[in-house]
Ligand binder design. Structure first.
Ligand SMILES: [Zn+2]
Length: 704
């Protein structure tokens, strides 16, 4: 599933590809303090981190990546079982304790994908890319299709609706064009594809085609595969259209693990299954459809990179979509490797990446998973030498992510109680190769992340990761906030586990995203030559896991969280100025956030002074850590968000009309925007309670 089109960035640092760095150099020694560590434990931690860094090898990652991505790894295929077997074998070989908890989920398989232009001439669209000589088992590359689309055989006139965002349909309204009873053609970008399907369904469309415009990730961006990394005319972006913004995971068991004895919903009652036949197509195939389309000329914002004047229709082009999609129970099997903590074994730092993929999946997500496995490789060597983290580190390979975060969601639902009590943090890697560094996460980890990137070296340039992060001249490194689209969702949004995703990326990975061309060739030639970005991701994520696992006092700065929430409340006050918004007083919220910020700052000062004194008793540290762990949990509410109770976090959730991007203060904000004063007041009350509870926890920690 992974990311939407990445934000456009200028000033890309281009460094000549180095074939292979045998072993990644260790970070320079330093006596600098580390937040959360007393002086003595900081010195030990530095030594641990240096030893860890010496064990991370780009060459080892490359070998594993090539092996895993030799064959497609789609859910419930021999290829994904092979990837599981290899992963288990490798992790056990590293000396780790491995288990493979599995679930039975309701999922789709394409039997026949047949899309035809029926007028002005008959033309059958292709459902798959062409193979190159280096592609093995190409028959196992699944046809271009959208997981969880219903079956159907629909025909009708085509209407083009740009990205399929609400404002695009408004623009069509102004032109007097309705999509009711039509087949809608939209392009990828701007929102999660499941949101596109829902928006079309809501407006009465009978089918939806989604294509990749060359302006967004194809020839308009640069040389196309195999000459460059960008999408060629026949590249198809597969992907799930599950309504993950309602709830992710198995459609039939929301909130509970999809185990053998778990009662299932009737599929007709499932709340995250889309309603109209939907299919992706390439821009090579979208071109004749758009060329023949009549009707008004599309607005400027709708025009794309096909070198023709886009019209919105209807008229000129008619299409038939004949989709035969089978639904059945399928197994998903996670791969979990555990490194038991020495002094606080119950407390857990979870590091995860999905190992399933749409096709060869070298970027999405063999890159993330091999980077996580390499953490296990290095930590396994250290285990043998007697190094053991204080808290338990769990390395997780998730199955079924591409269909709807299936493996991670079911696991988190199964172990919810334990995670609620004992999870320190969840760190995700989804797409972990490239030249640039990017990060997103909860605000209390911002400082720890920035601090860490100053001491971890980028294997490609030999410079601190921080320098790469800020190479485009930005003074403050940019840290995004998490919406949805990858496996942190259940941890953060459902349970309130502080989550982050930090690693190397390449914007150009969008060009082969979910196509047959996401392969080793593209990775080694274009995206991450030498796998050095992979190794950098292992270094950053692994070092962060070690800091969180070993910290005397967790380096959580909730004062930063409170400051972020203040800005969200202020933003919401701005939205209240808009027409139709619900009017209610938010000043009480602002003062509650400020009180939380003050209490959090007092706790941080207390922690720093205890650490500076060189000694913190175990009991006192445990009390403070509990107060720190529980503040994020306090931001969740058992009743969940309006209309989507699975989402319990009150500060972050996937946006209802974006799906990937984070919506701030979702319950309250959606209600304010919809002018629903009653719901807005309810969620203002719930948020207020959460903020007060967080402040109470912070004060308790400060008194410990
Ligand atoms: Zn992914």
């Amino acid at each position: 599933m992974c990311r939407p089109l990445p934000p456009r960035r200028l000033g890309l640092t281009v460094v000549a590809g180095i074939a292979f760095a045998a072993t990644v150099a260790a970070a320079p020694a330093g006596a600098a303090p580390i937040t959360g560590f007393a002086a003595e434990s900081a010195a030990q931690q530095r030594a641990y981190e240096r030893a860890y860094a010496r064990g991370v090898s780009a060459e080892s990652i490359g070998r594993t990546s090539r092996r895993l991505s030799r064959r497609p790894q789609l859910i419930d295929t021999p290829g994904v079982r092979r990837a599981e077997r290899i992963s288990v074998q490798k992790l056990r070989g590293y000396g780790l304790d491995v288990s493979t908890p599995d679930y039975s989920v309701y999922a789709s398989r394409p039997e026949k994908i047949e899309i035809t232009m029926t007028a002005p001439e008959k033309l059958t669209l292709s459902s798959k890319e062409k193979a190159f000589p280096w592609h093995r088992d190409f028959d196992e590359v699944v046809d271009g299709y959208n997981a969880y689309s219903p079956s159907g055989d629909v025909s009708g006139e085509l209407v083009y609706a740009n990205f399929g965002l609400p404002e695009d349909y408004e623009a069509l309204d102004e032109l007097g064009v309705s999509v009711a009873g039509k087949i809608v053609l939209v392009r990828y970008g701007g929102s999660f594809r499941g949101v596109k399907a829902q928006q079309a369904e809501l407006r009465g469309a009978k089918g939806l085609l989604i294509y990749s415009d060359p302006e967004d990730d194809g020839s308009g961006k640069g040389p196309v595969y195999p000459d460059g990394p960008w999408r060629p005319a026949d590249g198809i972006q597969r992907g799930s259209i599950q309504y993950i913004f309602n709830y992710p995971g198995d459609p039939l068991t929301p909130g509970v693990p999809a185990l053998a004895g778990t009662p299932r919903l009737d599929p007709a009652d499932a709340g995250n299954l889309p309603g109209i036949p939907t299919s992706p197509i390439s821009y090579g195939d979208a071109e004749p459809l758009l060329k023949a389309l009549d009707g008004p000329v599309a607005p400027e914002a709708f025009q794309g990179g096909l070198g023709l004047v886009y019209h919105v229709g209807p008229g000129g082009t008619t299409v038939r979509m004949n989709l035969d999609i089978a639904y059945e129970q399928m197994p998903v099997s996670n791969v979990l490797a555990q490194i038991r903590g020495s002094s606080k074994p119950k407390e857990k730092v979870v590091v995860g990446a999905h190992y399933d993929g749409w096709t060869y999946g070298t970027s999405d997500n063999t890159s993330g998973w091999t980077a996580v496995m390499e953490i296990g490789h290095s930590l396994g060597r250290l285990l043998k030498r007697g190094w053991r983290p204080e808290r338990t580190i769990v390395l997780a390979g998730w199955d079924g992510e591409e269909y709807g975060l299936l493996g991670s969601t079911e696991w988190a639902e199964q172990y919810e109680r334990d995670l609620r009590r004992n999870a320190v943090a969840y760190s995700n890697l989804d797409g972990a190769g490239g030249f640039e560094f990017a990060a997103a996460g909860v605000p209390q980890l911002d400082d720890a992340l920035v601090e860490l990137t100053k001491s971890v070296q980028d294997p490609r340039t030999g410079k601190p990761v921080y320098d790469v992060w800020t190479a485009d001249g930005t003074e403050e490194p940019e840290i995004g906030r998490l919406g949805s689209g990858s496996d942190y969702t259940a941890f953060l949004d459902h349970i309130g586990v502080p989550s982050l995703e930090a690693g190397f990326t390449n914007d150009a990975s969008a060009g082969t995203y979910h196509s047959a061309y996401d392969d080793t060739y593209n990775m080694e030639e274009h995206l991450d030559p030498g796998y050095l970005g992979h190794a950098g991701s292992s270094l950053v994520t692994g070092t962060m896991a070690l800091r969180l696992a070993n910290a005397d006092i967790l380096p959580f700065r909730y004062s930063d969280y409170a400051a972020a929430v203040v800005s969200y409340v202020e933003e919401l006050q701005g939205i209240q100025q808009e027409e139709g918004a619900a009017q209610l007083d938010l000043s009480g919220l602002l003062s509650a956030v400020e009180r939380w910020g003050d209490a959090a700052a007092a706790l941080e000062a207390r922690a720093d002074s205890l650490l500076a004194s060189g000694y913190v008793s175990r009991r006192r540290a445990a009390r403070i850590n509990r107060a720190l762990m529980r503040q994020e949990r306090a931001l969740t509410t058992p009743q969940g968000l309006p209309g989507r109770p699975w989402f319990r976090h009150q500060v972050y959730a996937p946006g209802l009309v974006t799906g990937y991007a984070a919506q701030f203060l979702p319950g309250l904000r959606d209600a304010v925007e919809q002018g629903d004063e009653e719901t807005a007041a309810t969620y203002r009350g719930l948020l207020l309670e959460s903020l007060r509870e967080a402040a109470r926890l912070a004060r308790r920690g400060a008194r410990a």
